[in-house]
Write a protein that binds this ligand. Structure first.
Ligand code: FES
Length: 84
């Protein structure tokens, strides 16, 4: 079973005109564009399969988490202490 998860129940995460969803896996947290590479379906409403792919709810295509993270639109969240 995959250790990757999607923040399905979180409110939409917007940055400018774009909407992202939170994706977590062992190496960190990412903001991934909530647009399927196929035809823009809402990937956030899909699921992670056992092959560590996100299955889009629109047409059922599966995209590897690795490839989604490598997209230039994906943001990796970094840990930073605020204040002191
Ligand atoms: S829009 Fe996602 S599979 Fe077609």
């Amino acid at each position: 079973m995959s250790a990757t998860w999607i923040g399905k129940d979180l409110p939409p995460i917007r940055r400018g005109e774009r909407e992202y969803f939170l994706l977590g896996r062992e190496d960190g947290l990412y903001l991934v564009l909530n647009q399927c590479p196929h035809r823009g379906g809402p990937l956030k409403s899909g699921f992670v399969n056992d092959a560590d792919e996100i299955v889009c709810p629109q047409h059922g295509s599966a995209f590897s988490v690795e490839a989604l993270i490598a997209r230039p639109t994906t943001l990796r969240l970094i840990e930073q202490e605020i204040g002191s």
